[in-house]
Write a protein that binds this ligand. Structure first.
Ligand code: HAM
Length: 427
């Protein structure tokens, strides 16, 4: 019988790795919390129509990458991204009636049936945020800056921030016309996808990775030339604000991104290619001022981003937790099992992570296990210790040993841990 494996492009995050995930997820929640964002959790499954209407029919995500199925005639899709679901929830719960502006963040798995490669998976995790009810451009700059600083805090200091403005619907209509006019004579040289999209979604052609398409659009007119006076003012404002914050960025007039819902500000953040290869875009986002009205809600402007968590973990050097437990308890013989469990509970009640190993392994193998778990202390409880009521406490880093009653032992571990923390923080 052949072994059952995880579906292609979907990864197990084993406990040795999940510690780093927690570090980054927590840092993200903290960073967003400090800026007034609160977490939203939306379903992993949404009505298929939600994604078709927001992301757009002629996009790679909707055309090729969605995991869709019907359950009792209800068309459902595993969410390929988080923005549409957050916007749907915002409209469904009439949040605009409850507060003038909302700052939401989320973290969780997304699903896209893409060709897997390093940094590109079929189930991947996004850390994202959305602001509803603010037209920007101040908030656009604030959120881009927040994101860059979050990347710095998790050990990704050198990022490349690309920004562009794709204007509102009128700007895009006039630009599309100019682009189609420019590309029509080159039609036969375009990829099959782009030929098909020339009249459905010509902006996508700017985003194509196909070398023939890249060559064809090299001299194409840019969106920047077609911006309305209001769009231009918005984009100028964004740049002024980013300059004031000293957030590094560069304007990339060809940046269009792969989702149809954007208006005005667009941005992407790239990190070291040497580490990430082709998947060097660690985050992307922008403004989508028309989505809420299109979902039947009150017309509210919106701006947001999402970062790929796996890509952040590839780009960052952030270490996982140094230890699994602080105290490893090694009872020598069955009589010490119950006292070992009692001590483990005492430790945990005092906020100290402790594990008692009752497998009956040898002292040598227990100490090896204590080291592997990164424990600072091992506690030996044998017949003699049971008799005296004083347990053997081994400081595994200092290589010292003392004999202490359980209460004193817990107090000692607590004090030593606090001292270690203070040294680390002052270092
Ligand atoms: P996106 O550019 O499609 O935007 O995805 C955001 C980030 O998710 C990417 O920059 C990348 O780091 C990561 N990502 C995307 N696809 C994969 C994949 N197959 N494997 C691994 N990582 C991936 C959005 O999803 C928008 N919802 C962002 C947004 C929020 N715009 C406004 N608000």
């Amino acid at each position: 019988m052949s072994a059952i494996r995880a579906p292609k492009g979907m990864n197990d995050i084993l406990p040795d790795e999940s510690g780093r995930w927690h570090v980054v997820e927590r840092a993200f929640g903290d960073a967003m919390g400090r800026a007034g964002f609160r977490e939203v959790r939306t379903p992993y499954l949404e009505s298929t129509n939600l994604f078709v209407r927001t992301i757009g029919e002629a996009t790679d995500v909707v055309e090729k990458e969605m995991y869709s199925f019907s359950h009792h005639d209800e068309p459902l899709t595993l969410r390929p991204e988080g923005t549409a679901g957050a916007a749907r929830a915002y409209v469904e719960h009439g949040i605009h009636n409850k507060e003038p502006a909302s700052r939401w963040y989320y973290a969780g798995p997304m699903f896209r049936a893409e060709r897997p490669q390093k940094g590109r998976y079929r189930q991947f995790y996004q850390l994202g945020a959305e602001v509803f009810g603010d037209t920007g451009p101040g908030v656009d700059a604030e959120v881009i800056d927040l994101l860059v600083r979050f990347f710095q805090s998790i050990g990704i200091p050198d990022v490349d921030v690309l920004v562009n403005c794709i204007g509102g619907p009128e700007t895009r209509a006039s630009y599309k016309e100019a682009l189609v006019k420019f590309l029509e004579p080159k039609l036969s040289g375009l990829s099959a996808d782009s030929q098909r999209r020339l009249h459905t979604n010509p902006l996508r052609i700017l985003d194509s990775k196909n070398p023939a398409d890249i060559a064809a659009v090299a001299d194409a007119p840019t969106l920047t030339d077609h911006l309305s006076a209001d769009d231009k003012k918005h984009f100028d404002g964004l740049r002024r604000m980013l300059d004031a914050l000293a957030t590094p960025y560069r304007v990339e007039p060809r940046l269009v991104r792969g989702l149809d819902y954007y208006t005005r500000t667009l941005f992407e953040v790239k990190a070291a290619k040497e580490k990430l290869g082709a998947g060097d875009t660690i985050a992307g986002g922008g403004r989508y001022d028309n989505m809420l009205a299109e979902l039947g809600g009150n017309a509210q402007p919106a701006f947001g981003f999402a970062a790929g968590l796996e890509r952040l973990l590839i780009a960052s050097e952030v270490p996982g937790p140094a230890s699994v437990v602080d105290v490893f308890i090694a009872p020598m013989g069955e009589a010490a099992h119950a006292p070992a469990l009692v001590l483990a509970r005492k430790c945990r009640d005092a906020g100290i992570a402790a594990e008692a190993d009752l497998r009956g392994a040898s002292m040598k193998s227990l100490l090896r296990r204590a080291n592997a778990l990164g424990a600072a202390f091992a506690v030996i409880i044998g017949d003699r210790e049971l008799e005296t009521g004083h347990y053997g406490l081994k400081d595994l880093a200092a290589h010292t040993q003392s004999e202490l009653a359980p209460e004193a032992l817990v107090a000692h571990v607590k004090a030593s841990r606090a001292a270690r923390k203070a040294t680390q923080e002052s270092a």
